[in-house]
Design a protein around this ligand. Structure first.
Ligand code: APR
Length: 237
């Protein structure tokens, strides 16, 4: 039986699917990923991008941080693609338990997914570091220089920067979902960033499916691997 048939069978037999997603699920919506050849981290900047989107750089040079963040990290006005939509449909059908995502673009929710655990936060949530007041992403987009709250504090995106920890509640919910999954779909991620990539070890089943255009360090431990575009596969599921 060919791989796609096997995947279709596994999906039809599952009632507790978990999708673990990365930037590769959003490239077909027009949002660049990080480590593909045309990804953000392969573009030239004054500093390495991973340095700019770190906590210490945000503290040391907020003007530059927010300029980079506004230009390169604020994906607004994009639409979900077939992969986001199929995952949302499976949840509505009671087949998919949760999406655990590294993405900060909010496209899973835009497609209708309800149970989405955002390991790295979301650009849609922004809080004043002083009074905790909430601001939408448009506030950051439209602000000049460092976005300031009416109380004078900096408005900081609810996005996990390098050197920052993940939210404890999100970790627990993600681990619980992956542990209970009967089918784990790992979609569009290079599996090179921790602790996120390490979450795969909580999966206890024998149906780990990896769909990623490039090779990943986990190819050898997956039960089914597709090095193809997600849209190509999900349009057949
Ligand atoms: N179909 C299938 N795979 C794709 C597609 C596609 N249409 N587009 C891109 N990919 C694959 C690429 O081959 C790449 O291996 O998606 C993967 C994306 O990997 P990264 O760019 O490293 O993104 P991700 O794994 O999500 O990065 C993890 O790194 O910088 C941090 O916080 C950031 O959440 C991000 C984390």
């Amino acid at each position: 039986m060919d791989k796609l048939e096997t995947l279709k069978n596994w999906i039809s037999e599952s009632s507790r699917i978990v999708a673990f997603t990365g930037a590769g699920v959003s490239t077909e919506s027009g949002i660049k990923d990080f480590r593909s050849v045309d990804g953000l981290y392969n573009q030239k900047f004054e500093y390495p991008p991973e340095t700019i989107i770190s906590h210490s750089f945000y503290e040391r040079n907020p003007e530059y941080f927010f300029r980079f963040y506004r230009e390169k990290m604020l994906p607004l006005g994009f639409s979900p693609n077939i992969t986001h939509r199929v995952l949302a449909r499976w949840e509505a059908e009671g087949r998919l338990q949760a999406v655990v995502t590294q993405n900060i673009d909010g496209l899973h929710q835009k497609a209708g997914s309800q149970r989405v655990h955002e390991l790295h936060g979301s650009v849609l949530r922004n809080y004043c570091v002083r009074c905790r007041r909430f601001y939408p992403a448009e506030f950051i987009r439209d602000a000049q220089g460092v976005p300031r709250c009416s109380c004078g504090g900096i408005v900081k995106p609810d996005v996990v920067l390098y050197e920052e920890g993940l939210d404890q509640a999100v970790i627990e919910q993600s681990v619980m979902a992956i542990r209970r999954a009967d089918l784990l779909l790992v979609l569009g991620t290079s599996l090179t960033v921790y602790p996120a990539a390490g979450f795969l070890h909580y999966y206890r089943g024998n149906r780990l499916v990896l769909i990623n255009r490039d090779e990943t360090p986990y190819d050898h431990s997956a039960d089914l691997v597709f090095h193809q575009s997600l849209g190509e596969i999900f349009s057949k599921l």
